[in-house]
Design a protein around this ligand. Structure first.
Ligand code: ADP
Ligand code: MG
Length: 719
């Protein structure tokens, strides 16, 4: 007896070796196994009599008896060849396999076998070349590997689709009475298969329509759960009490007037939306989404200023120390100019708190700028610091606030109610939350995922920004491009080189959820940081100062390298995509991206945003060895536009949302992401989720759904 939670090692067909490999695919329980869905299907459904096989190149299936089988060695081609003859009532055909000697043992003369594969032709006529095969047993329930639509799964080394089919099929045959979390009304309304049927159909469909409708069912389920969670979080927030921070128009307009620049319209609208949220009695949960350089910080600062003026503290979290420091410096100087009109007593006090340092601004008579972390923590607890800037980690470690009103998060992935609670420990008021991201989320996506009210977009950039010149560099122009880079360094500029991976992998990467064909396509040509670093530092730019940066380095070393690059100690930084979003290095003027086709447009745009931050004309050079015209055409979009939002929409169309970077922030499950293009389905599930919660907010009538929700929430809290 087993159920969905039964660990996979309980299956007699899974030994220790395979167990470890399955774990690589995150398959640990029967449920994981059954929910490991095919990436595609091989269509072996064309069943023919042998005499009806007429054309080479066709993919067909036959069933017959092995009448002859032998193994031969081809010394010249260093191969073992198995030759077989299979006969049905209409005729016979040859089958040939290379380097699979065990087949000669598996298929003895007299065995009934089903073959599927491509027909080839040689001087002796038509034959099957390396076909899929399976023995036919009289009592077996249908074919598994041949003669039908055959599932092809995301694989990993040592785990083939054939093995997965061999594991999954018998379980499906025994599977009964697995309760379905989807309400039956919804299943009926959308004309979908129930759970057991859907699981069967997604693995072994009779036709592609069946597979499609099964897939739709699972997508709908995931989306529904996602929407239920979002709506519930929303409700939960509304039941909490937040500090009411009045929108003081006079204070704000004075502050804005004193800024060194005029706000753009989008900045104005965003600030207005936030300030209105802050007035409400329940906590705000707003996402501020704007391209790199669109000026999100000042909008956050306006909100912080209002919060502080109302007597509450603000905490501003950055993902890294460097960014925290950068924010501290720029906030101090903006506050200094913009709060000129404030009298001395009302001056805003800012603190910086990271793993390595604590600072305060302005300094007072007794203490200097640099103070001890303990002292700063004490001041925060006493309410003597108004705005605290720091890294996520530091602030989570038990810093107590006297009166926290607003939490601002720059480029963080997840920060839910629970994390907010951690910050307020013994207070009854839950602070407002403003999260900021520079990953442009297409409006269509944002609206459906977050709902209309909780997203503010900054689309336009402040006027007078320099255009970054973007060029796709074909292989033939590579040395010219490097010469250009050399000139840039000679005139004092710094250069980023981005590669998709740290080391060249000798073995193939696990295909994970990507169609296998895709991973194979470009695999051989992906550039790696370590190789490029070697090449650039020892050969091409051996006379220059080159540094390397990647995610496997210790955080301390990473910080060190980034800081040194920022301070001008290196000319070239070779890096994976870890280079911080929002890193401000005005002297960096060239962004070179290797194997550009491996990144999404939105992500490439992010990289591009790391240059062009100073007064120097900046360049983005996209290197690609792919000669796929579609790839080049897609990359061309970057040459044409510098709008992150346009690129994000394009990305959504080209790559589908599964590949869309930044969507993890929405917390959407991967599987649902794969069909996010189906905005319509998202809208429908949102509606269904509303209906379900309307008069049954605890989902009492749908305990299975409630359980899945609880399970999801548990997972989220582990992140
Ligand atoms: P991001 O949205 O990437 O966080 P920042 O807030 O760091 O962007 O802003 C980038 C730069 O633009 C900063 O130097 C900031 O002072 C400046 N800036 C912001 N708003 C405006 C504006 N309305 N006009 C001119 N410069 C602005
Ligand atoms: Mg920023």
């Amino acid at each position: 007896m087993f159920d969905l939670n039964t660990p996979i090692e309980k299956l007699t067909r899974v030994g220790p070796k395979f167990l470890a490999r399955l774990k690589k695919l995150e398959i640990k329980s029967i449920k994981d196994l059954l929910w490991h869905f095919p990436a595609r299907y091989d269509d072996f459904s064309k069943l023919l009599l042998i005499s009806d096989i007429n054309n080479a190149g066709e993919v067909v299936s036959i069933a017959g008896e092995v009448t002859d089988i032998e193994m031969a060695r081809s010394w010249r081609r260093r191969m073992i060849i198995v030759n077989a003859t299979v006969e049905d009532q209409s005729g016979s055909i040859r089958a040939v396999w290379f380097n699979q000697p065990y087949i000669a043992d598996a298929l003895k003369i007299g065995t009934n076998v089903s073959l599927s594969g491509k027909i080839s032709m040689d001087k002796n006529g038509l034959y099957f070349s390396s076909p899929s095969y399976e023995k036919i047993f009289p009592l077996e329930t249908g074919l598994t590997h041949t003669g039908r639509l055959v599932p092809v799964y995301p694989e990993t080394e040592g785990i083939t689709s054939k093995y997965l089919r061999f594991l999954i099929k018998p379980i499906l045959l025994k599977m009964r009475g697995v309760p379905d979390p989807l309400p039956s009304e919804i299943i009926k309304k959308y004309n979908l298969p129930n759970l057991v049927k859907a699981i069967n159909q997604i693995h072994f469909p009779k036709n592609l329509e069946q597979a499609e409708s099964a897939r739709k069912r699972f997508t709908l389920e995931e989306l529904l759960l996602f929407q239920l969670r979002t709506l519930r979080d929303h409700r939960q927030l509304r039941m909490l009490k937040a500090p009411r921070i009045n929108f003081d128009k006079k204070i704000i307009s004075d502050f804005v007037k004193n800024l060194p620049f005029k706000l753009t319209d989008d900045q104005r609208v965003a600030a207005y939306e936030i300030l209105q949220d802050l007035e409400r009695p329940f906590p705000m949960n707003r996402l501020l989404n704007g391209d790199v350089g669109s000026g999100k910080t000042v909008v956050a600062l306006i909100s912080a200023f209002q919060t502080v003026s109302a007597g509450f503290q603000t905490v501003f979290m950055a993902p890294t120390e460097i960014l925290a420091k950068q924010h501290f410096d720029s906030l101090c100087s903006t506050i200094l100019t913009a709060s000129r009109s404030l009298n001395a007593d009302a001056k805003i006090k800012i603190g910086l708190l990271t793993g390595s340092e604590a600072k305060q601004f302005p300094t007072d008579e007794v203490v200097e700028e640099k103070i001890s972390k303990k002292l700063l923590a004490l001041k925060i607890a006493k309410g003597q610091i108004d705005i605290v800037i720091g890294t996520h980690a530091v602030i989570q470690k038990g810093i107590k606030f006297a009166k926290l009103g607003l939490v601002i998060i720059d480029e963080q992935h997840r920060f839910g109610v629970k994390q907010r609670m951690q910050l307020i420990k013994n207070q009854e008021l839950v602070p407002h939350l403003l999260s900021m991201t520079a990953t442009p989320i297409p409006r269509t996506l944002a609206l459906t995922v977050y709902g209309d009210l909780d997203v503010s977009l900054i689309k336009e950039k402040p006027k007078g920004r320099q255009q970054i010149i973007t060029k796709i560099i074909p292989h033939s122009k590579r040395s010219d491009a490097l010469e250009f880079v050399e000139q840039q360094i000679r005139s004092g500029r710094q250069v980023f080189v981005i590669c998709p991976q740290i080391e060249t992998s000798k073995t193939e990467e696990p295909a994970q959820n990507k169609p296998i064909s895709q991973t194979k396509l470009v695999w051989a040509e992906i550039k790696a940081v370590s190789d490029e670093y070697e090449k650039l530092s020892k050969k091409v730019f051996s006379h220059r100062r080159v540094a390397m940066l990647h995610g496997k380095m210790k955080p301390k070393d990473k910080n060190e390298i980034m800081k040194k690059f920022k301070d001008g100690h290196y000319d070239i930084l070779v890096s994976t995509s870890v280079v911080e979003v929002g890193m401000d290095i005005p002297n960096a003027a060239v962004m070179m991206i290797e194997s550009a086709e491996r990144f999404g447009l939105a992500q490439l745009h992010q990289f591009r945003g790391r240059v062009g931050r100073g007064k120097h004309q900046s360049y983005c050079l996209l290197f690609t060895s792919s000669n796929d015209t579609r790839t080049t055409r897609n990359l061309k979009a970057l040459e044409k536009t510098d709008s992150g939002f346009e690129l994000a929409e394009a990305d959504l169309k080209i790559r589908g949302p599964g590949e869309f970077t930044g969507t993890q922030q929405s917390g959407l499950p991967d599987f649902a992401m794969a069909s996010l293009a189906d905005i319509d389905l998202i809208k429908k599930t949102r509606l269904e989720a509303r209906l379900l919660l309307k008069d049954d907010p605890a989902l009492k009538r749908h305990p299975l759904l409630a359980a899945r929700l609880a399970e999801m929430q548990r997972l989220v809290h582990f992140e």
